[in-house]
Structures are given as C-alpha cells and as structure tokens.
Design a protein around this ligand. Structure first.
Ligand code: TK8
Length: 349
C-alpha cells in the first residue's frame, strides 16, 4: 500500500513539473502553443503580422527585423512573426495596431490611405519611373513627412519597404492595350484611386482584401488582379491565372507600422533600436524583392502563364486614359502633397 502511495506521489510530482514547463518558448514565428509573453518572463512582445506568405521577401525582411531587435535589446523585446494573413488583412491588422492588440504590420500604402488619405499620392499611376527614384523620394523629406502624419492615427511609421511595380494578370484574355481591359473584373486593393483608375481603363474593378483574393480568382468572382511578379509567383497565382502583362502601372511601397501605444511604452534606446532595425531590414527586403521580381516573370511563364509585352505606345494609351483620374485626385489627396512629391521625383532623377 505504502509503495503504491509513494508511486502515486512521484507521478503527481512529475506531472506538476511537466505542466510548469521550462519557461522557454519559441517566439520565433508565433506558432508556439503558448504565447511567448508567458514564456519570456518580463520581455516586451511584438506581435508582427503580414498578409503575404513565408516565402515572400517581406517575411524574410520581418525575420531580419526580429533578429536585429532581439539581438540589440538582448532579449528585452521579443518578436513573434505571423504570415499569410494569420492575424487578419492589411486593414484589420492596422486597426489592431490602433487598438494596441497587435504591435507591427506592414501594409501597402493603398489600404493605408483609408487611415491617412495623403498616402494615396504613392498610388498615382505611373508616378515613379524606377525603384531608385522611389527610394530617394520615400526615404527623403516628403516621404518622412508623410510618415509623421500617422501619429494622429495612433500609428508610428518606422520605414518604407518595397512591394514593387504592379503588373496585371487575368484568366480571360491577353491584355496588350487599353481596349483589352474592357469589362474585365479586376480585384483592386481597397483604395478609391485604384478603383477609379481601373474604371477609366474600361475594367470592372472590385476592391477586396488580399486574404480573399486567391479564392475569388479560383471561383471566378474576379477575372484578374494586379501585383508584382514576386507576389504573383510566390502566392501561386499562376494556378488560377492564365495571362500576365508588364503593365507596371503603379510602384507600391509598404509601410512598416508600429502601434503608437506600444512605441511610446519603449525606452528611448529601445525606440532607436526598433526604428533602426525597421530601416535596416527594409533595405534588406528591398534588395531581396528586386532580385525576386527580376527572376519570377520567367518562372511564371515556366508555370504556363502567357506573357504579353505592353509596348511604349500602349503604355502611353494607359497613361492618357487615367490622366483625368489623376487630375481629380490631386485635390482629394492634397495639392501641396502631390506637388511636393512630383518636385521630389524631378530632383531625384
Ligand atoms: C499583402 C498585400 C499585398 C498587396 C495587395 O498583405 O493587397 O494586393 O499588394 O502585398 O499588402
């Protein structure tokens, strides 16, 4: 009887110790069964979520941010990374930052314009001639000024990353010029300028969160979408899209956002660390993204997509078709902001 009692106590003790765990938890990708904050003692935890998957340069940039922050703060700040819309879509994750229930997300400027309308300036079709000019303008005075406007929305813009030049895909027909857009049901980001620009091209646009896009294309709810080649390839859009054209109609920046309530709770040193980490990881992400966009058009064709080259004449036709929309949005965005950006572009060339 005594032996049995002793055995039961031993089993009970082992069970209790196992339940307490060793206090360690993998906060690396947020997939840990327990939240890292339980396992990390008094470390501050950044929950960082994006919509793209873990193959995309944006996620590799986020891992670089995590590496720098955890090293530079000696573990005082831990970063949990979530991809593929695990925490929501761009708009809902940005709202979560405003509420303080999430600490980092990295949306495109297009959905961000729903929070600070001036960001639509970067969604003016054919605005940036190339990535180098985009970098100079975004990292320069006017780009940084716009980041400052986020604070009134309880958001802190720490850096610009790169989504890239957007290209059209669809399942219906080859698109070589403006008339080929006629009637195509194109998904756009949730941004009025994008919507009106595609209407001006003759398409039938539908604003939609990125997290719903693949299913919408699979079910034929939309005929097509527009994104950089890296996204088209890495999100496997070639499985549900037949045609791709190098429209290059918009250069889309990402904005590395942090919740202002979280940022304000950091020490000055920690604020500098997260800011510098976002900038450094952004430069790394831009490099990876450009390498990716270079090689993925060829791989899209290897996966069976039919590529159509947009000639200079056809692109000029597209510019002419959207010119009235750009004129209309100058006042909506703010003439001063638009003029500053155009001036900065001329200086950066
Ligand atoms: C991913 C999106 C995506 C964007 C879009 O969350 O919505 O098409 O280009 O990169 O931000």
């Amino acid at each position: 009887m005594k032996k049995l009692f002793g055995l039961m106590c031993a089993v009970l003790l082992i069970t209790v110790l196992a339940a307490c765990g060793n206090g360690e938890s993998d906060s690396s990708n947020g997939d840990s069964s327990e939240s890292a904050s339980e396992g990390s003692g008094d470390a501050k935890v950044i929950k960082a979520g994006i919509g793209l998957n873990d193959d995309h340069p944006q996620y590799k940039g986020l891992l670089k941010f995590k590496e720098i922050v955890e090293k530079e703060t000696d573990g005082a700040i831990k970063v949990e990374t979530y991809h593929s819309g695990q925490l929501g879509d761009d708009r809902s994750m940005t709202e979560a930052l405003q509420l303080g229930t999430q600490e980092v997300t990295i949306p495109s400027t297009a959905p961000l314009a729903n929070f600070v309308p001036e960001f639509s300036v970067f969604d003016i079709p054919f605005l940036f001639p190339n990535e180098e000019v985009a970098d100079k303008v975004l990292d320069g005075e006017v780009g940084q000024e716009l980041l400052g406007k986020l604070e009134e929305q309880n958001l802190v813009g720490l850096a610009y990353w790169e989504n890239g030049f957007r290209d059209l895909t669809n399942s219906e027909r080859a698109v070589a010029s403006v008339e080929d857009f006629e009637g195509l049901k194109i998904r756009t980001m949730e941004n009025d300028l994008h919507l009106d620009a595609f209407k001006a091209l003759g398409a039938n646009p539908t604003p939609m969160a990125f997290t719903e896009l693949f299913t919408a294309m699979q079910q034929g709810t939309v005929d097509g979408q527009e994104n950089p080649y890296a996204t088209i390839y890495l999100q496997k859009f070639y499985e549900v899209q037949k045609h791709v054209s190098n429209t290059h109609h918009i250069y889309s920046p990402f904005v590395f956002l942090m919740s202002k309530s979280f940022y304000d709770g950091l020490s000055e040193d920690q604020q500098k660390i997260v800011k510098d980490a976002a900038v450094e990881a952004g430069k790394y992400e831009r490099k990876l993204n450009r390498e990716a966009n270079e090689k993925y058009l060829e791989q899209l064709q290897e996966e069976g997509m039919e590529y159509t080259e947009i000639t200079d004449e056809a692109r000029q036709e597209m510019k002419d078709a959207v010119a009235p929309v750009i004129e209309e949005y100058k006042s909506k965005i703010g003439e001063e902001t638009v003029d500053k950006v155009y001036k900065a572009i001329e200086e950066a060339k």
